[in-house]
Design a protein around this ligand. Structure first.
Ligand SMILES: CC(C)(COP(=O)(O)OP(=O)(O)OC[C@H]1O[C@@H](n2cnc3c(N)ncnc32)[C@H](O)[C@@H]1OP(=O)(O)O)[C@@H](O)C(=O)NCCC(=O)NCCS
Length: 201
């Protein structure tokens, strides 16, 4: 069994257009600005975006996340990654690893983009990169993505990246508008057939 605390994880992860890295002390303000800009879209689908947090609360979040990365703590907020545009250095969204079980090891991922940066394939690129990193560096056996069946843009990402649709959890999700919806569960067990992407870390 691996000892996650002693795993050496080289960072950042670099793709042709992006840099992914753990949050650092002082990232609160730029993260907050991206969330404010995207709040309407985030509020619809992200359970953590029920209410807008303050800059101080966001800074608290990034410090907990930075601390988690040091010891690879499998507790909320788990191991998030901030995503930056390589050429402009703008923070364009976030992804990362959550619901980690180091015994297997297996984990889940989730993601959101700054609304102004949707439609360019950037999240597909980020999830491709972090899936590679999860199998190669974190030595996982499974990565899962769960999403609301009505979240077409979100479900397109695992579909584009060749994740297996494992099933539909019927009536297990309360949408922001009060309706009950279904959850799709996608997963990968290796990198077979993942669209090619050059990454370094
Ligand atoms: C989910 C979310 C990240 C998807 O954003 P997105 O911009 O659709 O995803 P990508 O960055 O991968 O871009 C894909 C789009 O870019 C287009 N595109 C352009 N260049 C591309 C490229 N090189 N590669 C892939 N797609 C490309 C695709 O055609 C697609 O557009 P389409 O849906 O109109 O066909 C975004 O809608 C979001 O943040 N939503 C709110 C939070 C959320 O729901 N998170 C998921 C919770 S499970």
């Amino acid at each position: 069994m691996i000892n996650p605390t002693l795993l050496n994880l080289p960072m950042p992860i670099t793709t042709p257009r992006l840099i992914l890295r753990p949050p650092q002390v002082g990232d609160g303000a730029i993260l907050h600005a991206a969330i404010v800009e995207s709040f309407e879209e985030l509020h619809r689908f992200m359970p953590w975006a029920k209410e807008l947090q303050s800059i101080e609360q966001t800074e608290e979040y990034v410090r907990h996340a930075a601390a988690n990365w040091i010891v690879k703590r499998a507790e909320d907020p788990y191991l998030p990654l901030l995503i930056f545009d390589r050429s402009t250095e703008e923070l364009i969204g976030a992804t990362g690893y959550h619901h980690i079980n180091w015994d297997v090891p297996c984990l889940e991922t989730g993601y959101w983009l700054r609304t102004s940066r949707t439609g360019e394939g950037l999240m597909t690129e980020a999830v491709n990169a972090q899936t590679r990193y999860a199998f190669e560096a974190l030595k996982i056996n499974r990565i899962a993505i769960t999403c609301d069946i009505t979240n077409i843009r979100s479900k397109s990402i695992p579909e584009r990246l060749g994740f297996h649709l494992e099933g539909t959890l019927k009536n297990n999700r309360l949408a922001v508008n009060g309706s009950i919806t279904d959850t799709l569960v996608f997963a990968r067990y290796n990198l077979d057939g993942l669209p090619p992407l050059e990454i370094t870390y």
